[in-house]
Design a protein around this ligand. Structure first.
Ligand code: FMN
Length: 160
């Protein structure tokens, strides 16, 4: 089975989790690059308002065509109780291209259900598995158990 992990990360937490998932699954990984500057306080503010208003952004051309994969695992940080703008953009651009999806997010403490529902609607696919981690768990390296459970859940779904 061909698997791709796709993620966006502004400050490294989602990137760390994405790297671990792709290591464990020995699969390819693609980082979504936002061409809008999200650095510093102006970047933080634009990220918050763009996500809140469900705007799209311009992302760098991707390297891996998602339609060539059996499963695409998509990770996003939560911004203003929403999907991050770069991942909203990726999902909007490629909604026709997914065979199977799974989602993960990192966040401070928001309810992830709404984000996952939104990702499901945008990708037009019901996710095979979901994973929510707090930035604190990721920073303290206390996330491996949940990542392993996520991968086990995925494997069970794939076997069905
Ligand atoms: C603009 C912005 C808005 C955020 N809004 C929320 C939020 O509504 N709820 C929440 O739990 N965390 C929120 N966060 C925190 C991030 O989701 C969290 O720190 C995440 O782990 C960052 O991932 P990253 O390091 O991959 O960018 C926000 C962060 C940013 C930058």
């Amino acid at each position: 089975m061909k698997i791709l992990v796709v993620f966006y990360s502004r400050s490294g937490k989602t990137k760390k989790v994405a790297g671990k998932i792709s290591d464990l699954l020995k699969c390819e990984i693609e980082e979504i690059i936002d061409l809008k500057n999200r650095k510093g306080i102006p970047g933080f503010l634009s990220a918050g308002s763009d996500a809140n208003l469900r705007r799209l952004t311009t992302i760098k051309e991707i390297k891996n065509n998602p339609s060539l994969y059996d499963l695409v695992i998509i990770g996003t940080p939560i911004w203003s109780s929403n999907i991050s703008t770069p991942i909203r953009t990726y999902l909007s651009l490629h909604k026709e291209d997914f065979k199977n999806v799974a989602f993960f997010c990192t966040q401070l403490g928001s309810d992830a259900k709404k984000i996952f529902d939104d990702m499901k609607n945008l990708s037009q696919k019901t996710p095979l598995a979901l994973l929510v981690l707090t930035s604190r768990e990721v920073a303290r390296d206390q996330y491996m158990q949940k990542v392993k459970e996520f991968i086990n859940n995925l494997k069970k779904e794939i076997m069905k």
